[in-house]
Design a protein around this ligand. Structure first.
Ligand SMILES: C[S@@+](CC[C@H](N)C(=O)[O-])C[C@H]1O[C@@H](n2cnc3c(N)ncnc32)[C@H](O)[C@@H]1O
Length: 228
């Protein structure tokens, strides 16, 4: 599978702040490492999110998509919490970061590590994609469902896509950092997603130039309109 960096510490600049992530690459759980999908997605958001204090004068085709005013978000499979923390710094303050039970210590450790930069501990919840009670327990629907590097086990793909559908508003979006990790999971994921969502791939030139890798992409999903 391939972990992004061997080094235990990663710094990520978001606007004028720096997140400091600590990963445990020796752990049995993949969520205790930081994966490239989360960095590429975070820096794409950092590049295009318009800040109300510093309105951009250059044309920004993502300004409506990334208008976080009065919006709610949830991150699935957050791991060390990189993308959720980045979004919080970018103004999406109503956000809950979720993962499986064994990853919670690594997530909470990283949230605590960044508490000064963030200004508070962010909300977390245990959420297994196949657990409808946990999905309903986080009070859906959300304007944004965020996920990075979550497609690598064929058996969990169905539950993941169903969770995305249950969690996102009819006019909301799923923002996905994606890298092919398993050909079987990849094939099934895109098949099922194609039935539920209209899929837009962000052009490589719109990714952050310093976080733009051949094998990693950002996708925007919107729910397909149901035929009445
Ligand atoms: C490869 S890691 C990516 C972590 C983080 N998003 C990143 O990019 O650094 C995949 C994440 O999905 C979570 N995950 C895998 N299967 C899951 C499931 N069935 N329900 C909830 N989370 C799951 C893992 O615990 C892990 O945190």
């Amino acid at each position: 599978m391939g972990i992004l960096l061997g080094s235990p510490g990663i710094d990520l600049k978001i606007k004028d702040k720096t997140l400091s992530l600590q990963q445990d690459n020796s752990s049995f759980h993949v969520g205790t490492s930081v994966w490239s999908g989360s960095l590429v997605l975070s820096k794409f958001l950092d590049r295009w999110t318009p800040l109300s204090t510093n309105p951009t004068t250059t044309p920004n085709r993502y300004s409506t998509l990334l208008d976080f005013h009065n919006r709610r978000a949830i991150e699935l499979g957050t791991g060390c919490g990189v993308t959720g923390m980045a979004l919080y710094l970018l103004g999406l303050t109503d956000i809950v970061l979720t993962d499986i039970h064994p990853v919670m210590p690594a997530l909470k450790h990283n949230l605590k590590r960044n508490k000064l930069v963030l200004g508070k501990m962010l909300k977390t919840a245990i959420l297994y994609w196949s657990n409808e009670d946990q999905i309903n327990g986080v009070n859906p629907p959300f304007d944004y469902v965020i996920a990075a590097d979550v497609v690598y086990i064929e058996e969990s793909v169905g539950a993941l896509v169903k969770a995305m559908e249950m969690l996102v508003k009819d006019d909301g979006v799923v923002l996905l950092g994606y890298q092919l990790r398993s050909p079987e999971a990849d094939k099934l994921f895109w098949e099922i997603c194609g039935e539920a969502f209209v899929i837009e791939k962000v052009p490589k030139e719109d990714l952050h130039p310093e976080y733009c890798y051949e094998e990693t992409d950002v996708f925007i999903f919107r729910k397909k309109k149901k035929n009445l």
